[in-house]
Design a protein around this ligand. Sequence first.
Ligand SMILES: NC(=O)c1ccc[n+]([C@@H]2O[C@H](COP(=O)([O-])OP(=O)(O)OC[C@H]3O[C@@H](n4cnc5c(N)ncnc54)[C@H](OP(=O)(O)O)[C@@H]3O)[C@@H](O)[C@H]2O)c1
Length: 252
Amino acid sequence: MTRRVAFLGGGKMGEALVSGLIRSGGRNPDEIMVTARREERVRELAERNGVAATLSNPEAVEWAETVVLVSFAAGVRTSFVEKHLASGVPVVRVMSNVAVLVDEAMSVVSPGSHAEDKHVSVAEELLGYVGRVIRLPEVHLDAITATSGSGPAYFFLLAEAMIEACILLGLSRDVATELIIQTMLGSAKMLRDTGKHPVELREMVTSPGGTTIAAIRHLEEAGVRAAFLNAIDAARKRSAELARGGEEEGDA
Ligand SMILES: NC(=O)c1ccc[n+]([C@@H]2O[C@H](COP(=O)([O-])OP(=O)(O)OC[C@H]3O[C@@H](n4cnc5c(N)ncnc54)[C@H](OP(=O)(O)O)[C@@H]3O)[C@@H](O)[C@H]2O)c1
């Protein structure tokens, strides 16, 4: 009953989700319709993915059983979307992240006031093809936006800084990039696969009087830990602010 899916707004995130769905066998191309604003983008989406693509959102909505609003922009609340739909239409809010592009997204789904378990399950199923999904009450979504939603940017910044450090130490940019990416990937896999707490893992590589503790002393002196707490708290506040702004505009 929920096979036919329409994606309103086939941009980077939308196309990543569509191609992930098809690649993983979650949906056949003929079960997907995508919309865009420009004719050229419509053609591109159809040619690259073998799906139906159109400029008409109403056409796509009429055809589909499930509609994905790719404007799953930060801070659009289910109550806002519900206000613009016929009463009783189930809405599920999603906060994913840019790793949708490589099938390693972290997505969180939250039911709106008319969404039942089976509706949330559809969102979980669709996002499950492109990464991990958990279900949480919507009250947490500003926090999620600030952490896993914006999170890739924090790791990219860290990678950038560490690559610069390698360059400072005289390594070439290519070597620096390879060293840092593989180190991040290895660390992420250890965190995921060993189930150990980050503190335990860090202690494993911090020998008394050694090199790692010499570096960590500087990171602590620079207040890196507090900077993360403050930065993520600021992102959460900004997400809540955007949601309030969007709702006021919608009300106007
Ligand atoms: N953490 C997250 O969950 C996360 C991460 C990244 C992005 N996002 C959000 O996801 C949304 C999409 O991001 P993106 O990077 O994929 O953006 P994008 O590449 O700019 O994609 C937007 C797409 O929507 C289409 N579009 C715009 N208005 C439309 C309309 N009225 N009807 C039909 N299609 C329309 C555009 O069509 P044309 O190409 O023809 O103009 C474009 O293809 C953004 O709101 C962004 O904030 C969320």
